[in-house]
Every structure is written in C-alpha cells, then in structure tokens.
Design a protein around this ligand. Structure first.
Ligand SMILES: Nc1ncnc2c1ncn2[C@@H]1O[C@H](COP(=O)(O)OP(=O)(O)OP(=O)(O)O)[C@@H](O)[C@H]1O
Ligand SMILES: [Mg+2]
Length: 228
C-alpha cells in the first residue's frame, strides 16, 4: 500500500507562563492512501493540535510530516500554500462557513482562492458547476442560494464537506465533524464520509465519540502525547 501521510517523532509544547505544556511527545503515525482513519483521545489530549500539524496549519517543535513522500517543513511558501489549498481539505466542528456568502459561493471559495483573478474568470463557470454538483450529491441541491445561517447544523456540515472537496484534495482532514450535531445528524455525516471513502477518498477524522470512530476503517488512540 502507498503511504500518503507520515508523522515522524512529532513534538509540540505550549509555553504557559513559566511552565511548558507538552502536548505531543514523539508521536508517530502512518496513513495509507485510501484509508479512513479515526483519531480518538480525551479532551485536551492533542487531537486538534495533531490535525493542524498534519495539514500544515501549525508546525511541530521537532519531528516532521511527510505527505506523498515529501517533507512539508521543506516546502517553500508557494508549495505550502498549494499543499494547504489543494492537497488537503479541512472540515471543522463549527463548519467555518462565511455567513455573508450563500452556500454555492462558500463552496467555490477554495477554487477562487487558488487561482488568480484572471484564472478565476476562465474557471468560474466550471467551478460553479462542480460546486453545484457536489451540493446536489450531498442533498443540498435545493439550498444553494441559502445563507449558512439559514441551514440546519447537518446541512451546514454537508456544505462544509462539499467545500473541502472542491479542489479534489488527496486527503480530507476532519476535526470533530459531528461534534456539534445530534447523533442522528452525526450518523448522516459519517455516512457521507464513509461513502466518500468507498470512492477512494483518504480521510483522517478526529473525534472523541467512540461510536463515530467505529465507523472508520481504523481507530488510532492518542494518550500522553503518543499513539497508544
Ligand atoms: N495555543 C495554545 N496555547 C496554549 N495551550 C494550548 C494551545 N492550543 C492548545 N493548547 C492546549 O494543548 C492541549 C491539547 O489541545 P487540543 O486542542 O489539541 O486538544 P484536543 O484533543 O483537540 O481536545 P478537544 O477534544 O477538547 O477538542 C490542551 O490542554 C490545550 O489547552
Ligand atoms: Mg480538538
């Protein structure tokens, strides 16, 4: 199997006044292409910290992350932007949709951000078509003109998943994607992720909910700064 993601000896600590809070203490992780991995652990165990480091949103104090065999800490600024915008897609607990934009515009945003303004003129039509197709796929075909605040929680998260897939990322990173939803709605989101995974999407999902984690292909537990 091909490895898509590897974390090597990750260390991360936060300085709090005079003391230092060690969150990751030599963490090792390997994810194969096509896998659906759930990372569980108690609140405060460092799951979000880890996910942010894996996606290049934060940097470790020591150790490194390899994506497709390349160390992301060796990427130049342009390469790192490309990695964050095109190689990985993010889904968060609180959706992070922009209330000023309708659902369709929220979903096309990553593509708008990844091409210049001239590129956008050339790509706009195709991007809007893809966004509409993704929204249709997730049952939001009738909601594309809605503003995020006019949607239910489950609908917002499905819109956020559509946005994360807009640039066809190699890897989907989801941080508590069901954390703000009731269990039935959360189950629906997990079904969406499972179906994406069946179609080949690699996924790393962080959750403290065991029942959600059990629906992934593999569960990894984080405790005391390491995988146990
Ligand atoms: N910027 C920061 N400065 C100081 N401490 C931080 C910072 N970010 C996180 N921490 C601390 O690091 C620890 C790990 O945080 P993290 O958010 O990764 O936990 P988590 O496993 O995602 O928890 P939860 O399940 O509650 O989301 C926590 O104790 C937190 O207080
Ligand atoms: Mg967290």
């Amino acid at each position: 199997m091909t490895e898509i993601l590897q974390a090597k000896d990750l260390h991360k600590s936060y300085k709090m006044g005079k003391s230092r809070l060690e969150v990751l203490k030599g963490l090792e992780l390997c994810v194969n292409a096509g896998e659906f991995v759930a990372i569980t652990g108690a609140s405060g165990s460092g799951k979000s910290t880890l996910l942010h480091i894996l996606g290049g949103l934060d940097t470790p104090d020591a150790g490194y992350v390899e994506f497709d065999g390349g160390r992301i800490d060796k990427f130049g600024a342009g390469q790192l932007n490309r990695f964050r915008n095109k190689m990985v897609g993010f889904v968060f607990q609180f959706y992070h949709l922009l209330d000023e934009l309708n659902v369709l515009d929220n979903v096309v945003l990553p593509t708008m951000a990844s091409v210049g303004s001239l590129g956008w003129l050339a790509r706009r039509k195709r991007a809007r078509k893809r966004a509409a197709e993704l929204l249709e796929q997730f049952g939001l075909g009738e909601r594309i003109k809605h503003k995020p605040y006019q949607l239910s929680g489950g609908e917002r998260q499905r819109a956020a998943i559509a946005r994360s897939l807009m640039n066809e990322p190699r890897l989907l990173l989801a941080d508590e994607p069901t954390g703000n939803l009731d269990s039935e709605t959360g189950n629906g989101i997990l079904s969406v992720l499972q179906s994406l995974n069946r179609d080949g999407q690699s996924i790393v999902m962080v959750t403290h909910d065991e029942r959600m984690a059990e629906r992934a292909g593999r569960i990894i537990r984080l405790a005391d700064g390491k995988i146990v």
